[in-house]
Design a protein around this ligand. Structure first.
Ligand SMILES: *Cc1c(COP(=O)(O)O)cnc(C)c1O
Length: 457
């Protein structure tokens, strides 16, 4: 007999994994002080101390494996300046890909020598500023190498560079030198005003093994480069350090039964971020270092070769370090058995919605101060829409569980949005101002994020 189990009619909950600061602030009167001070919302909240903890974890993973290295914050994950002073410490730096990113890093205390500059076909102006500040440039192609050589020669500078390698596992990637072109580039570096310090790559996906294996292969490339007289003593393995947003149980339950009926208008996304992964963060860095690369761990091979390991994590450093708050404007029935809640703000502030995907951790309804206690069995489900005139401006298509009907004046909080959610795709659509970022400091203090250093450092 075949037992068929019918899928539940509703999505199971996907409660977000939260750091204590975030859960505490959600329940604290300070949340409403902030909301009032910024004119109601929407607003984002960020917590640099959590970023610092994540950074310390990864630096410690390198030290525990007795490997020299540097953790560069891949700053495109979140534009706030408040993370940057946290990177002004030994074994840390910032990875940038534009002049404004570079200027913001310099202005917030990061020395040029601790800044990595990535991105293909960098403009001359970015090359020049990087040269002036002694940044480490990842060079993507032969023509970019020639142009950098020319800019450096014109200005009497020597460029510090890595050559970016196109991963053999991603032959159609638009980034990096094809493996066959690397030897010629290494030879060419001897004729240009550049110092070849090593190699870099950035892989899709979040698996430790391919990163360790490509790093090990590039230790051999460092040996080849040294034979040509180059220093070649470091390898950057890019970003893509994994994060978990929900527990394994919740994610497996969700994935197993997932179907269109759980989503408003049947909008079940074809592809989503893997919201539970293992290992994550510093544990993933440790797993990369412990990976067996032909009879020895990567850590061992790096030590033997005198090669340091550079990382460029973005998302994993801001994991747990921010949330986004949207004020409820209204709530009405839909054609299904769920409600439609509209919030102030736009789905552009949850960038996953702009990849035909969905940011799946459950939003949390925070009742306005003085709200009556929730009646038992008052729970409802709702999709959540933004306040623009576009049919597709929806923050959450999934009918998510909330403890009661959302009311005007409540806040809907999206947990853990600092990594690529809150500000990657925001725009001033409808001439609405961008949501401000509120920086939570110690001792119950908070302030607005500014591009420049604050008075007190
Ligand atoms: C985007 C990017 C990163 C950061 O990636 P995460 O997935 O956020 O860790 C690092 N390095 C390069 C070259 C990138 O393009």
């Amino acid at each position: 007999m075949v037992l068929t189990r019918s899928a539940p009619a509703h999505s199971p909950p996907l409660p977000a994994i939260e750091r204590p600061w975030a859960a505490e602030l959600r329940a604290a009167p300070a949340l409403w002080d902030i909301a009032r001070a910024v004119g109601g919302g929407p607003f984002h909240v960020i917590h640099p101390a959590t970023f610092a903890d994540n950074l310390t974890g990864m630096i410690s993973a390198l030290a525990d494996a007795d490997v020299r290295g540097t953790v560069y914050y891949g700053k495109k994950a979140n534009k706030a300046a408040a993370w940057l002073p946290e990177c002004a410490r030994p074994s840390a730096g910032v990875d940038v890909a534009s002049v404004p990113e570079l200027v913001q890093a310099l202005g917030n205390g990061i020395r040029g020598e601790d800044i990595g500059v990535t991105g293909a076909a960098k403009p001359d102006g970015l090359m020049w500023l990087s040269l002036r500040h002694g940044c480490l440039l990842a060079i993507d192609a032969a023509d970019e190498l020639e142009r950098l050589g020319a800019v450096a020669r014109t200005h009497g500078e020597t460029a510090r560079i890595l050559l970016r390698v196109r991963p053999p596992s991603a032959p159609s990637s638009r980034f990096g030198f094809a493996p066959d072109d690397l030897a010629a580039a290494m030879r060419r570096c001897r004729e240009l005003p550049v110092e070849l310090l090593g190699f870099s790559f950035h892989l899709d996906g979040y698996a430790p093994a391919p990163r360790a294996e490509l790093a090990a292969a590039l230790i051999d490339a460092c040996a080849d480069a040294r034979a040509l007289g180059h220093r070649a003593d470091r390898i950057s393995i890019g970003g893509g350090i994994a994060c978990s947003y929900v527990s394994r149980d919740a994610w497996e339950r969700f994935e197993q039964d997932r179907h269109d009926g759980w989503f408003h208008a049947g909008r079940n996304p074809a592809k989503t971020y893997p919201y539970h992964q293992a290992p994550t963060g510093a544990a993933m860095v440790a797993a990369i270092l412990e990976h067996d690369c032909g009879g020895a761990t990567l850590a061992h091979r790096l030590r033997e070769a005198g090669v340091s390991l550079l990382l460029e994590p973005g998302r994993a450093l801001v994991d747990g370090a921010g949330f986004s708050a949207f004020p409820v404007l209204g709530c009405k029935p839909s054609d299904g058995d769920h409600l439609l809640t509209t919030v102030a703000g736009l789905s552009m502030s949850l960038s996953e919605q702009w990849k035909g995907s969905e940011y799946l951790p459950d939003p949390v309804l925070v009742r306005a101060p003085g709200s009556p206690p929730e009646a038992e069995s008052a729970g409802v489900r709702t999709a959540i829409a933004g306040s623009s005139c576009m049919e597709y401006d929806v923050l959450t298509w999934r009918a998510v569980p909330v403890p009661g009907v959302p009311r005007r004046g409540d806040l809907l909080i999206y947990p853990n949005t600092a990594g690529y959610q809150m500000d990657k795709n925001e725009s001033g659509f409808h001439q609405l101002p961008l949501p401000p970022k509120v920086v939570i400091e110690g001792g119950g203090r908070w302030r607005l994020d500014t591009d420049h250093p604050t008075q007190e450092i």
